[in-house]
Design a protein around this ligand. Structure first.
Ligand code: SAM
Ligand code: SF4
Length: 342
């Protein structure tokens, strides 16, 4: 079974937010002072599995567990195990800020995780602390080291995701001293470890609107000048729209995810499930359907499964053709990234 939208795109990838809570307070995502929704409003593990099973029966093959910070959700690894055991689901991966990764690494591996993305925007201790609202960079770097060591032998891809911020500019905005080299410092992680480092253009969602993204064409030019032997890496690295490059002497690749300047909507393969059970078809618009209402609406298991399937299929058919981040006045999504599930 394959799931297609009205534009003929095959949709086989669902990003599932398991919580709106987070143990960091990244300025562009979930700064201090944001209230969390009550636990009753958030889907239970069983509800996620129900939706996952329906989605798999429709054609979803890959699931990314996200949040908020997914590892603060009790039972996150158990949910991963259950989704991995769901017929039709081929891959379950996670994106985490890395704070609890050291603690949960073994459980994640034991649950069968297929890929681990770690979000890390700077290697400067003070700027990291200021940008994340108190995060401890060394704790995350230790988790990176342990994760690559454990994953290398198991062939599980590890990626570092950095939002393409102008770090000097951000340091100025945050009143933080920063004389570092900027985004290039993060690249060194791909030289040192067998992991990919990816830069993601800042999207004008929630608090992200207040920060400027470095233009990826600028990054590409600088990369080409700095590493003359750099070449396009055509190998498949995941299920997303990143463009990858190989640099001689580097163990991992460098990826650019250019949602704004390299609009890739024509090959979009994804939908999202928020922690409140809202099934979203595009990050840019509030379009979607409330699956929680169906999950908690009563009726027999068969009736509920049918309703979930029909509702998801109809929502996917209506998936918008493209985002409109270049015209923020046309965006209808007003929520925070941490609440939508980045
Ligand atoms: N807490 C987890 C983490 O940090 O990986 C998962 C949730 S977080 C919302 C997922 C990713 O979204 C992070 O890499 C974060 O940097 C990114 N993100 C948040 N706001 C963004 C924005 N406005 N534009 C682009 N990426 C954003
Ligand atoms: Fe939390 Fe991830 Fe958002 Fe940072 S980017 S506040 S770690 S959800």
């Amino acid at each position: 079974m394959s799931l297609r939208d009205q534009w003929g795109r095959e949709i086989d990838y669902m990003r599932v937010s398991v919580t709106d809570r987070c143990n960091l307070r990244c300025r562009y995502c979930m700064p201090h002072g944001i209230e969390c929704v009550s636990m009753e409003e958030i889907l239970t593990l069983e509800e996620y599995v129900r939706v996952g099973a329906c989605a798999a029966a429709l054609g979803i093959r890959k699931i990314k567990i996200t949040g908020g910070e997914p590892l603060v959700r009790r039972g996150c690894c158990e949910l991963i195990r259950m989704l991995k055991n769901t017929e039709g689901i081929e891959k379950v991966t996670i994106t985490t800020n890395g704070v609890l990764l050291g603690q949960y690494l073994e459980e994640l591996l034991d649950a069968g995780i297929d890929g681990i993305n770690i979000s890390l925007d700077t290697l400067d201790l003070d700027l990291y602390e200021a940008l994340t609202g108190g995060g401890d960079l060394n704790q995350v770097l230790e988790a990176v080291r342990r994760t690559v060591t454990a994953c290398e032998g198991r062939n599980i891809p590890v990626k570092i995701n950095a939002v393409s911020l102008d770090l000097k500019e951000v340091a100025g905005q945050l009143g933080c001293r920063y004389e570092g080299p900027g985004w290039t410092e993060l690249l060194e992680l791909a030289r040192r470890y067998p992991l990919d480092v990816r830069f993601i253009e800042m999207m004008p969602i929630g608090c992200g609107k207040q920060y400027r993204s470095v233009d990826h064409q600028e990054i590409e030019r600088e990369l080409a000048g700095r590493y003359p032997g750099m070449e396009r890496d055509e190998r498949v690295h995941g299920y997303g729209p990143a463009v990858y490059y190989r640099i001689p002497g580097f163990r991992g690749s460098v990826g650019l995810i250019s949602a704004l300047h390299g609009k890739f909507c024509c090959s979009c393969n994804r939908v999202r499930l928020t922690s409140k059970g809202y099934f979203k078809t595009c990050l840019c618009y509030e379009d979607g359907v409330d699956l929680r209402e169906i999950l908690r609406g009563g009726g027999s298991e068969i009736q509920m499964q049918k309703k979930l399937s029909d509702t998801m299929r109809a929502a996917v058919r209506g998936k918008p053709k493209a985002h409109c981040f270049e015209h923020p006045e046309q965006m209808t999504e007003t929520g925070l990234m941490a609440r939508i599930g980045g």
